[in-house]
Write a protein that binds this ligand. Structure first.
Ligand code: HEC
Length: 137
């Protein structure tokens, strides 16, 4: 839980300089925290959080840019409906104002999947979850 609190505090400190209501971000933090508690295996690593804040937030936590915004679930509804594989392809190859890999040249496929979960609120797809076999018993 300490880790979770650190993580939330960190995200808030990243978002603080950006002029948007902290309240709008809280449901997102709540969702991510729940995610982390429920699927411990899928928790992002410290390195992935750094990649996220260094590469993705410059556009996705910047309301003046026409990118879907972090913590704004309505921005992500249609995107998430495409499914994880399609979204991953768009992130890897780029699309419109979204640069290939979101400028994250250090990201491998697992990193990108993890960053997409963080960004979109999407849950890891069942087939790639190692918990599946346990849960279906
Ligand atoms: C230079 C600004 C910029 C950066 C950096 C950036 N994005 Fe984006 N991103 C965008 C824009 C703009 C769109 C909307 C593209 C469109 O709909 O044409 C987008 C769209 C997306 C989408 C939705 C794709 C879809 O299928 O519609 C995801 C997911 C995403 N970005 C994740 C990321 C991640 C993860 C990172 C960091 C690794 C990142 N972005 C970095 C600007 C950026």
């Amino acid at each position: 839980m300490t880790l979770l609190r650190d993580y939330s505090a960190r995200i808030l400190s990243i978002l603080r300089p950006i002029k948007r209501s902290k309240l709008a971000v809280l449901p997102w933090i709540f969702t991510v925290s729940l995610c982390l508690v429920n699927t411990a295996a899928a928790a992002p690593s410290e390195r992935q959080l750094t990649l996220f804040s260094n590469n993705c937030l410059q556009c996705h936590a910047a309301p003046h840019i026409s990118a879907p915004q972090l913590g704004n679930p309505s921005d992500w509804e249609d995107i998430n409906a495409q499914g994880e594989e399609t979204v991953l392809k768009h992130v890897a190859e780029g699309m419109g104002g979204m640069p290939p890999l979101g400028y994250c040249s250090a990201c491998d496929e697992q990193d990108l999947r993890q960053l997409i979960y963080l960004m979109t609120g999407m849950q890891p797809s069942i087939k790639s979850s190692t918990q599946h076999s346990k849960e279906s018993l």
